[in-house]
Design a protein around this ligand. Structure first.
Ligand SMILES: C[S@@+](CC[C@H](N)C(=O)[O-])C[C@H]1O[C@@H](n2cnc3c(N)ncnc32)[C@H](O)[C@@H]1O
Length: 267
């Protein structure tokens, strides 16, 4: 497989180096609203968020953080071609503010944001990520009724930017990208359990604060494996995907993928 990569370093709310409709697939994972490690970066972008958190106004903080992300979704839609696919990895957050424990459903707010922009939600993936919460109790532990299930999954939300793209009948770039039968069976389950996480080995805590990244038990970065799977699953040959990763400066990357010819016909 031959790939070429172009890395643009910058703020995902301003992708001005990328032309309108230039991208066929976006794979990204934003900072997760209401997860404490992202409070400061969100507050840097909109100081009212810190004020809401200090005042225990969780719902207002949640909405203000998502308003920051809405600006990213706006740019994403500008660069994504009609019919292009967006894959958004995000987890929900649990938090106690002002004495009240609740879940903040990031995935639901993002689905709403994309639907509002005319994207079509497609079946999504539950990514089972048990290392996020290794067997810990939430709430009253063994005592009902305030024991809570533990969040052990994140989402890969999948959206299409409007109507389906059309291809010439028998288009090479599509047929050359066909999956093997075994790949189709393994990758198209909506529960991904085979990308397990463990804490990434990073040289210092400051870097971890910025990255929030996990590494798989095989040693390859977990998010990278997810980000590799998405292009293989959702792009045709010669696609121009874009995405963000957790390097210190949060680059966005575009890459062209050429895949080996297969004899399998897609159904
Ligand atoms: C949930 S993490 C995703 C990490 C990455 N998927 C991984 O595990 O390798 C969110 C990422 O967004 C980055 N980020 C924060 N603000 C950003 C911005 N304005 N533009 C682009 N990326 C940003 C952070 O640095 C962080 O790497």
């Amino acid at each position: 497989m031959e790939t070429t990569h172009t890395v643009h370093v910058g703020d995902a709310r301003d992708l001005s180096e990328v032309a309108d409709d230039a991208v066929e697939l976006v794979v990204t994972s934003p900072p997760y609203p209401m997860v404490e490690m992202w409070d400061d970066p969100f507050t840097d972008l909109d100081p009212v968020i810190g004020e809401y958190l200090d005042a225990g106004k969780g719902e207002a903080a949640f909405e203000a953080m998502h308003t920051v992300l809405d600006a990213v979704w706006e740019e994403l839609q500008r660069v994504l071609c009609p019919g292009g696919i967006a894959c958004i990895n995000v987890g929900d957050a649990t938090r106690t503010l002002d004495g009240r424990f609740r879940v903040f459903p990031n995935h639901a707010r993002i689905v709403e944001a994309f639907e509002r922009r005319g994207f079509h939600p497609l079946p999504d993936v539950l990514w089972h990520k048990p290392t996020n919460s290794a067997a810990k109790f939430m709430g009253s532990g063994m005592l009902p009724p305030s024991a809570y299930v533990t969040l052990e999954h994140e989402y890969v939300l999948v959206f299409r930017n409007g109507e389906r793209r059309s291809f010439e009948p028998g288009a090479d770039r599509r047929y050359e990208a066909a999956y093997f039968w075994e790949e189709r069976n393994r990758w198209f389950t909506d529960v991904w359990t085979d990308i397990r996480g463990r804490l990434q080995e990073l040289p210092d805590d400051e870097l971890r604060d910025r990255a929030g990244a996990f590494r798989s038990s095989t040693g390859s970065p977990t998010a990278s494996r997810t980000f590799r799977r998405c292009p293989v699953v959702w792009s045709a040959n010669g696609s121009r995907p874009t995405g963000s990763s957790s390097s210190a400066k949060s680059p966005t990357a575009t890459r062209r993928i050429t895949r080996p010819k297969t004899t399998t016909s897609p159904s």
